[in-house]
Design a protein around this ligand. Sequence first.
Ligand code: ATP
Ligand code: MG
Length: 421
Amino acid sequence: MKLNALKGFKDILPGEVELWQELEEFSRSLFAQYNFTEIRVPLLEETALFSRAIGDVTDIVEKEMYTFADKQQTLRPEGTASIIRAVIENGLLVKKPVQRLFTIGPMFRHERPQKGRLRQFHQLDMEVLGSKSPLIDVELMSLAALFFKALDIDVSLEINSLGCKKCRPAYREELLDFISSHKEHLCGDCQRRSTTNPLRTLDCKTPSCRKQIADAPSVQDWLCEECSSHFITVQEGLRQLGINFTLNKFMVRGLDYYNRTTFEFLTDDLGAQAAVAAGGRYDGLVELLGGAKNTPGIGFAIGMERIILLLLQKDEYTLTRGVDFFLAGLGKAGNAKAFELAWQLRQEGFSVALDYEGRSLKAQMKLADRENAYFSVIIGEDELAGGYGLLRNMKNKDAEQRKIPLTLESFLDLTEELPGE
Ligand code: ATP
Ligand code: MG
């Protein structure tokens, strides 16, 4: 019987995993620059956490969650709800009134797998809890903008404001009127949802729906004074930092918890999966999940698979990372010396590979190439008798092979020649 990974679940293999590690390392240092600290939350939570936070009439909760029905537990489809749960449960906002947190890890959604769309995918997720300042919105977008700039990924930023409890109901009514006069031309999903979650019709991907709602009223025209001034300050802040953006009245995002600012970073280079990062403000969510009243919040997530795909499309990425030394022992004594030397070199911080199968010199040199070794050291019986090995630069085949005393000092002297991390 052949056992395969589940559809939409993917192994990240050696050769690609190095790029993931680099991306994570780079992200961590960028988040630190922005004074974010890491939080790690469980992959499994009570189903109620997600249905309450994300909303019952959303794609995620209606059809995408991996739920153990008998246990009322669900694999997290996103990070925000879990982080807020953890912040409330551990009283973090009492200890420090503004929390700036990030998490990196897998999310699970039962969607139709495609390029850049998986059932287990990974996000870099950032949340700021406890500040209602519109400059936080700008700061988060600036973080994302810097992320993409540093990775040399072309993106465009779209923003919208969804208003708040005060102003959205009136807009919702207006939109409902508009939808009911166009209802017969909308797709099944939108017809069904038009009464429960009319805003979702605005970002329906069905072409006929898109055509119908092109003239729908814009939420931006219905903002109350506070929401309007918040939104204006956000735009001014983006301009102040020189971050380009466009207004998109159709961007409502797939989760119910958003209010005020929402934003997406989009790419033209991934076909249909255009969104590489997305998020927004959720000022009612902490309270909804049992936290203190009127605790504001905002967050966004970057989809890591899509970033990896974009990086892989650039040819400057060579993924193989190699070892510093391949120790090629020959004969019993040579192999024993290689074995011992590997232990000593590794304690000094070098990376080392060696052969345990008694392969010929030729076979070991081939292996050294496959391990992408920088140096190989041949330790045959003759050499060993003289107390030295033969050092070969595997990256420069023209370089002379030279003798190297088999002492730790002579290897430490090579540190300068090795490529830095
Ligand atoms: P999409 O419109 O592509 O379905 P979304 O609005 O559902 O995205 P969010 O919940 O906002 O996505 O998640 C933030 C980011 O996570 C997205 O912009 C995307 O880059 C990534 N993402 C979301 N779902 C998936 C998935 N199934 N596979 C891979 N990446 C994903
Ligand atoms: Mg989605």
